[in-house]
Design a protein around this ligand. Structure first.
Ligand SMILES: Nc1nc2c(ncn2[C@@H]2O[C@H](COP(=O)(O)OP(=O)(O)OP(=O)(O)O)[C@@H](O)[C@H]2O)c(=O)[nH]1
Ligand SMILES: [Mg+2]
Length: 452
């Protein structure tokens, strides 16, 4: 934002509400606070002040609470004014229009947080965490966003950078004293340190998957032969008639999805078309979709009709099912011919239930939660998790580190090794935003809402 501009936006959702918060950031905030409140002196800082809001023409628009923050001690780092008014869309519109008449400019999406980042109030990973926190839909993802907002990723990056700088110092010592040979692979020293640092960064990159699970949800596919009760299961879990249930095999033709919470997890659950060899063309397309979906699924609920013979399932699907990602649901235990089906995926946990009689559903949810918690072992790394953007910067760092290791192994010039390590430091810096790249910042902050 050009220096000198003061931005304004409604920070709460539009529509009727008890209260609404209008936020301003920029150099005019201090005089605006005084002017709109019709005060003789500026507002005291960091104190909520009950006040009138007077328009530029002196008309009373609303009774509000004004809070002023001085530059340097605010969210954005600039002077900030917060106006809590009544949540009537007309009042909000009148206040915002009045502020525009007084010379403010409407804020772009994410501009408050972007200003905070540009003013060094937070690093880029913390700014991203603000957006994650706003969009978080499960307890686990709120916790993760809060950790990141408090700087967990930034701290990890400076730890990695420090380690890398110390390796660089060791190597540069050899540039200064070329007569001393670099230690060989087996010995401790820069080569070994470099290998262990590379491993550590790789482990961090793997946490990206866990991060995606938290924010996008654990994708769970309900699969099984036609008519076994897959749609009955999704309906029981969602608590409404999400998918059509009928006694006709082949009722579900394409997948149907819904979001539910299972303990602290957000789950995307998909009901799919029954899997069987013979079937009409539409069913075959549905089955093909199921196999495609299984490639990106995190979890499977394999539903069986426990009164029917063991199913034959497509090998492409079976090979994806493991004890740590699959729960076998033996349904229809109310039928006279029902029996244990332990022979189907014998290593996976099984539960027996009757969806018709609504028996065993709570136990099934428990068992499913177990599968999720064992399968998705949360990353160690002191709770630090990276997102896709961080992972790509870290992968770049790993490439540079691998090049450096290779050069060390081949006893190439220390200057060349050091150059690769410097590149790696740069890549790690991208995670916290030590980069001068307007486009990257634009695309990142555009994902924010206006007023944040
Ligand atoms: N006896 C009995 N019938 C059940 C049970 N669960 C579901 N059904 C019945 O089984 C039939 C098929 O149920 P759906 O949930 O539509 O099965 P589906 O697996 O989605 O079937 P497709 O979509 O055709 O693949 C319906 O008539 C259900 O009422 C159960 O626990 N016991
Ligand atoms: Mg169905």
């Amino acid at each position: 934002m050009p220096a000198g501009e003061t931005i304004v936006a409604l920070s709460t959702p539009p529509g009727e509400s008890a209260l609404a918060l209008i936020r301003l950031s920029g150099p005019d905030c201090t005089c605006l606070g005084q002017a709109v409140g019709g005060r003789k002196s500026p507002l005291p800082f960091r104190q909520a002040v009950f006040s009138k809001y007077l328009s530029i023409k002196g008309k009373l628009i609303d009774e509000v609470v004004l809070t002023a923050f001085p530059a340097g001690r605010s969210f954005t780092g600039e002077a900030v004014l917060e106006i809590a008014c009544h949540g009537n869309p007309l009042i909000i519109q009148n206040i915002v229009e009045d502020l525009l008449r007084r010379g403010c400019r409407p804020a772009e999406p994410g501009e408050f947080t972007r200003t905070a980042f540009l003013n060094g109030k937070m690093d880029l990973s913390q700014a991203e965490a603000v957006a994650d926190l706003i969009h978080a839909r499960s307890e686990r993802s709120i916790e993760a966003a809060q950790r990141q907002m408090h700087g967990s990723v930034g701290r990890k990056m400076s730890e990695l950078t420090d380690q890398l700088l110390s390796i660089m110092a060791q190597i540069e010592a050899y540039i200064d004293f070329p007569e001393e040979d670099l230690p060989s692979e087996e010995q401790s020293g820069p080569a070994a340190d470099l290998r262990s640092l590379t491993r550590e960064i790789q482990e961090l990159i793997e946490t990206q998957h866990y991060n995606a699970l938290l924010h996008e949800g654990v994708k769970t596919l309900i699969v099984g032969e036609p008519n076994v009760g897959k749609s009955s299961l999704i309906n029981a879990l969602v608590g409404s008639e999400r998918s059509i249930v009928s006694e006709l095999p082949g009722t579900t033709r394409d997948y149907v999805s819904a979001f539910i919470m299972l303990g602290p997890w957000r789950i995307e659950i998909l009901d799919t078309a029954g899997l069987h060899e013979a079937g009409d063309a539409i069913e075959q397309i549905g089955i093909h979709h199921t196999i495609e979906q299984s490639e990106t699924a995190d979890n499977f609920l394999l539903v069986l009709d426990s009164a029917a013979p063991s199913p034959t399932l497509p090998p492409a699907l079976l090979e994806r099912m493991r004890p740590d990602n699959t729960l076998v649901v033996e349904n229809k235990t109310d039928l006279p011919g029902s029996r244990s089906m332990a022979e189907v995926l014998p290593d996976c946990p099984h539960v027996r239930l009757s969806l018709l009689q609504r028996e065993g559903i709570a136990a099934m949810r428990e068992a499913w939660l177990q599968v999720i918690e064992t399968g998705i072992s949360s990353p160690q790394m002191g709770g630090v998790m990276v997102n896709a953007r961080h992972a790509s910067a870290l992968s770049e760092a790993v490439e540079h580190l691998n090049l450096a290791s290779e050069k060390l192994r081949q006893a190439e010039l220390s200057e060349l090794v050091a150059a690769d390590l410097r590149e790696a430091v740069e890549s790690i810096g991208k995670v916290v935003g030590k980069v001068d790249n307007e486009r990257m910042l634009d695309s990142l902050f555009q994902q924010f809402c206006i007023g944040k």
